[in-house]
Structures are given as structure tokens and as C-alpha cells.
Design a binder for this molecule. Structure first.
Ligand code: B12
Ligand code: SF4
Length: 470
């Protein structure tokens, strides 16, 4: 069969994708590996190129696709993906549509009811291969027997099959089909490409707003040998930089230390970045040091807040002192700090917002702040749904820029306060200087993030006056 794997058609919030540096859709490259051979696969990166649905339709026609399968980790993309699936079916009646990733795994019925043919739930390697075999008639299971899918029953009803047991061993997985991904330019070695790697699934922490532990289930690591083998393949393919898509790098401190020792011993010389907890950076300076020597150039740290109460309410298992110490240790080693923050948790005040902006700007090379959002599948989402405290279930409202709690505050006021502080950061002369220069890796990251934010603001402002470009 001929299968197109695709990201969501362009929406204006995707312009913020590059705010967080280079992350190609690794899930699609992994799914491609799981089914090719025997199937022929093409990856269409709508999000990166800002392709609209009509561009995708052209690709479907030219490639002669039998199946179009979307990745949908970010819930606000669900509407455009469901709509595109319906339109594709109208234009190509024999085509089968599939959706996988976080949002459909948590809300499979919604997707089937809105016209998607199949949802692949949670981790997909084995399930997707079985589904494709079923669709081309070579499999020995019918839809009702494939663990981990949702599909449409004979009366049009959504049927959600039982979940597939978690993979226990990643060593046997095929290498992701990175050859099918578009070129992402390296920050640290201009002219060379950058890619992504996964070394872990899940996270042992339980921050209330996060879906990662609930999505992946038990926290599981790839073996060190497999990671080193994959890094060697990546190196041979010409990449000089790699992003770890891990929910959280280095929660196994000793494991990361040993991996870095081996990367240095094997002289891999590949720069890397990813998410790191503040407490890991604060309490393990020797680990930060060796990670740096092995090639770490950037970390995304969820500082979240500088208020004790907010950190406690989010179940962040961290403190203000830890945040400060983490920034100090990372700075000392020259690691670029992209700091993530959230504002708008129930009970937070203007004072919290001022603290986040002041301390965040001081601690980070790039300061990022989102609205505290009850992401579908997070503990917060279920709590708010149970208590009837979420005023909207419109997926587009979950874009991390809306105030989504029903607690007597004026959502517009909350949003305006948040926007004003973002503007303060973006108009700060220090930020502008770095964004303008674009000479070092740090400046290139900041410039890319800055441009992303400017595009987002531009598209959003145009929408406000009725001009919808994406
Ligand atoms: C890398 C990443 C990004 C990259 C996206 C790159 C890309 N093109 O995919 C960047 C940095 C751009 C990004 C941006 C954002 N992200 Co992000 N991101 C991640 C992260 C850390 C890893 C994703 C990943 O590659 N994982 C590794 C691969 C192998 O896993 P996977 O994609 O899940 O694929 C597996 C399965 O899901 C399944 N699968 C996935 N897709 C498909 C498709 C098909 C057809 C099939 C069959 C199966 C399948 O099979 C794969 C193998 O088992 C996740 C957290 C996480 N660890 O999953 C958050 C996460 C997806 N991001 C999240 C958010 C909120 C954002 C931002 C809003 C942040 C911001 N404020 O700007 C933006 C919005 C992005 C957007 N517009 O879509 C949330 C989404 C929550 C939600 N449900 O809405 C997550 C879950 C993190 C979290 N809990 O906070 N992100
Ligand atoms: S926010 Fe980070 S540390 Fe907390 S559960 Fe999610 S991935 Fe883990």
C-alpha cells in the first residue's frame, strides 16, 4: 500500500513550533519504519512548510496514496485534522484515514464520530503495522482483534478496542526513517542538518498539568547500547546535532552519566539538547558538566514559577531555590537555557506574574511563558472536568494562550496581563540584541524563537481583524 504520514495542515499556532528549536516529527519517522517495507511511505511535513489542506490533497493525488495517517499530539490541531479527513474522504472515497498521537489516544471516540476511519492509541509501532496488514488484506486479524485501535462499527458507532500492553524492549525496533524527514538546519553547525532521537518513554514525575506520564504509562528507558548505536547511525547519516524528544532527559542520573562517558570515549562529537528538570541541574553539577562535555548545548527547563504555592499546587516537586541553583549550574557550564513558565493556575495573582517575568528573564537565555492549560489527558484536565470548572471544551481554546478556568476572574484581564509581560520581554533591549545578531548558536536559537513569536503575534492579530491566513 502507499501511505502518506502527515502533520496537521497549517494553523497559526504552529508558527511557535520553532520557538522550541528543531524538532522534526520523530513519531512519524518511527511509524514509517514500522511499516516499510512492505508498504511505501511518504512523510508530508505540513507544519514546517505551512502547507494548507489543498497542498496535501495534491500530494495524495500525485503519490496515489491508499492511506493518509496524521500525527496529532497537540489537541488544538484536532479540528483541522478531523475536517481534513472528512474532505479527503469526499475527494478520494477509497482512501483510508488514520490518526495517532496524544490527543486521539485520550479522546478516540471524538475522532471516529467526526469522520476519521481509525485511531491508533498510545505507542504505535506494533499496532500500526497490524492495522496496515489488516487494511491490505495480508494480516490475520480483523479490526475487532487488533489491540490498541478505535474504529467505526457496523452501525457507525465508535468502538475502542482494549489497549495493547506496553513495549518492554526497544532494542528490536527498527531505526526511525529519518531519510523521509525534511531538512532541519543545525544551530551549532550551520550548513549541517539536525535531527531528533528518543531514549526514554514516560517520566517518573507527576506534574498536574502534564500528559507525558499518563500517555506513556510506565517510565521506560532505551538501553545504552541501542542509544549509542542509533547515535552512530545518525552521525553516519551526516547529522551533527540531535534533539532528545524524551519527556525528561537524565531522570536516571547514573544512566545519563554513563551514556555521556561513552559518547566522549567513542568521540561521537554530536551536539544535543532536550528537556532537563531543574532539580537534576541543581543537585547534580557533575552530571551537567559531563553532559556539556559530551555535546549538550541547550536545555529546556520547566522552571514554571517562582512562587512556592504555585509550584506546590502544580505538584512540580521543585522549589524556588532549586530553580535558582539550576540556572546557576547551567550558566556556569555555558549551556543555553530555554526556560518554560506557566501562568494562570487558579489562585495565581499579578504578583506571581511579576515574579515569573522578573526571575524568568534573569534565569533564562530565552524566556517562554504559557497559560496554565488543562491539557487533555492530564490530571488537571480530569480534575477540572469532574468539578465542572472548565468553561470551554473547544479544542482551539487549548492553545496555551487562553485562560480556561471558571473561578470568577475575567479571562480577558488574565490574558491581557500575560500578553503585556510577554511584550515586555520581547521588547527588552537584551532580547532584541541577541535576536538581531544571529552569530552564535545561542543567538541563532533566540533569533528563531523570536521570529516564531513575531509570526504568531502577526497571524493572531490579523485574525482579530478578520483576516485569516492560517
Ligand atoms: C518534540 C515535541 C514538540 C515539538 C514538535 C515536533 C513535531 N513536529 O512533532 C515542538 C518543539 C515543535 C513542540 C511544540 C509544542 N508542543 Co510539544 N512536545 C514534544 C514532545 C516533547 C515530544 C514529541 C515526540 O516527538 N515524541 C517522540 C515520538 C516518538 O513520540 P510521539 O510523537 O508521541 O509518537 C508515538 C505515538 O504517539 C504514536 N504516534 C504519534 N503520531 C502518530 C501518527 C500515526 C499515524 C500513528 C499511527 C501513530 C502515531 O506513535 C509513536 C511511536 O509510538 C512531546 C512530549 C512527549 N514526550 O511526547 C510534547 C507535546 C506533544 N507538546 C505539547 C505542547 C503543548 C506543545 C506546544 C503547545 C508548546 C508551546 N506552548 O509552544 C507546542 C505546540 C506544537 C504544535 N503546534 O503542534 C504537549 C501536547 C499536549 C496536548 N495534548 O495538547 C506535549 C504532549 C507535552 C506536554 N504534555 O506538555 N513540541
Ligand atoms: S512536566 Fe516534566 S517533570 Fe513534570 S511530569 Fe511532565 S515531563 Fe515529567
Amino acid at each position: 500500500m502507499r501511505v502518506i504520514l502527515s502533520t496537521a495542515p497549517a494553523r497559526y499556532w504552529q508558527t511557535t513550533n520553532f520557538m522550541l528549536t528543531n524538532f522534526p516529527p520523530l513519531g512519524l519517522a518511527i511509524c514509517a519504519a514500522a511499516i516499510s517495507p512492505p508498504h511505501q511511505v511518504k512523510i508530508v511535513e505540513n507544519a514546517k512548510y505551512r502547507f494548507r489542506s489543498h497542498d496535501l490533497f495534491r500530494q495524495v493525488r500525485d503519490f496515489g496514496a491508499d492511506v493518509v495517517a496524521f500525527t496529532n499530539n497537540f489537541y488544538p490541531d484536532s479540528l483541522i485534522i478531523q475536517q481534513t479527513c472528512r474532505e479527503l474522504k469526499e475527494a478520494f472515497p477509497k482512501l483510508v484515514t488514520v490518526v495517532g498521537g496524544q490527543a486521539p489516544s485520550f479522546l478516540p471516540e471524538e475522532y471516529i464520530e467526526e469522520g476519521v476511519d481509525f485511531v491508533v492509541l498510545y505507542e504505535a509501532e506494533e499496532t500500526f503495522a497490524e492495522l496496515m496488514a489488516h487494511l491490505d488484506g495480508t494480516g490475520d486479524k480483523d479490526a475487532s482483534q487488533i489491540l490498541g485501535i478505535a474504529w467505526r462499527g457496523p452501525d457507525g458507532e465508535a468502538i475502542v478496542n482494549p489497549r495493547r500492553p506496553l513495549l518492554q524492549d526497544f532494542d528490536h525496533l527498527k531505526m526511525p526513517r529519518r531519510d523521509l524527514l525534511p531538512h532541519y538546519p543545525s544551530f551549532t553547525n550551520p550548513g549541517y542538518p539536525s535531527t531528533a532521537i528518543e531514549t526514554v518513554r514516560g517520566c517518573p514525575y507527576h506534574c498536574k498539568f502534564c500528559t507525558r506520564p499518563t500517555f506513556w504509562g510506565k517510565h521506560r528507558d532505551y538501553t545504552r547500547e541501542r542509544i549509542l548505536e542509533e547515535l552512530a547511525v545518525i552521525k553516519r547519516q551526516g547529522f551533527k546535532e540531535v534533539m532528545f524528544t524524551d519527556d525528561m532527559m537524565a531522570t536516571d542520573h547514573a544512566g545519563m552519566y554513563a551514556l555521556c562517558e561513552e559518547m566522549i570515549r567513542r568521540n561521537l562529537q554530536i551536539n544535543f539538547g532536550g528537556a532537563l528538570r531543574a532539580d537534576t541541574a541543581a543537585k547534580h553539577p557533575e552530571l551537567v558538566k559531563i553532559m556539556r562535555r559530551a555535546g549538550l548545548f541547550f536545555v529546556n527547563v520547566g522552571f514554571e514559577s517562582y512562587s512556592r504555592k504555585a509550584l506546590k499546587d502544580m505538584n512540580k516537586a521543585s522549589t524556588i531555590d532549586i530553580n535558582r541553583k539550576a540556572a546557576e549550574n547551567l550558566r556556569r557550564e555555558g549551556v543555553l537555557i530555554l526556560g518554560s513558565h506557566v501562568y494562570g493556575a487558579p489562585g495565581q495573582t499579578d504578583e506571581d506574574l511579576n515574579l515569573i517575568t522578573r526571575d524568568g528573564m534573569e534565569h533564562c537565555d530565552f524566556f517562554r511563558m504559557n497559560m496554565y492549560t488543562p491539557q487533555v489527558g492530564s490530571a488537571l484536565f480530569y480534575e477540572m472536568t469532574r468539578d465542572g470548572r472548565m468553561p470551554s471544551r473547544n479544542p482551539e481554546m487549548f492553545n496555551q494562550f487562553e485562560y480556561l478556568f471558571d473561578d470568577g476572574k475575567d479571562p480577558q484581564d488574565m490574558k491581557w496581563g500575560f500578553v503585556k509581560k510577554q511584550l515586555q520581554y520581547y521588547l527588552d533591549p537584551g532580547t532584541l540584541k541577541h535576536a538581531y545578531r544571529n552569530k552564535t548558536a545561542k543567538e541563532r536559537v533566540i533569533r528563531r524563537a523570536y521570529v516564531s513569536a513575531a509570526m504568531f503575534t502577526g497571524y493572531r492579530s490579523l485574525r482579530k481583524v478578520g483576516i485569516e491566513i492560517m
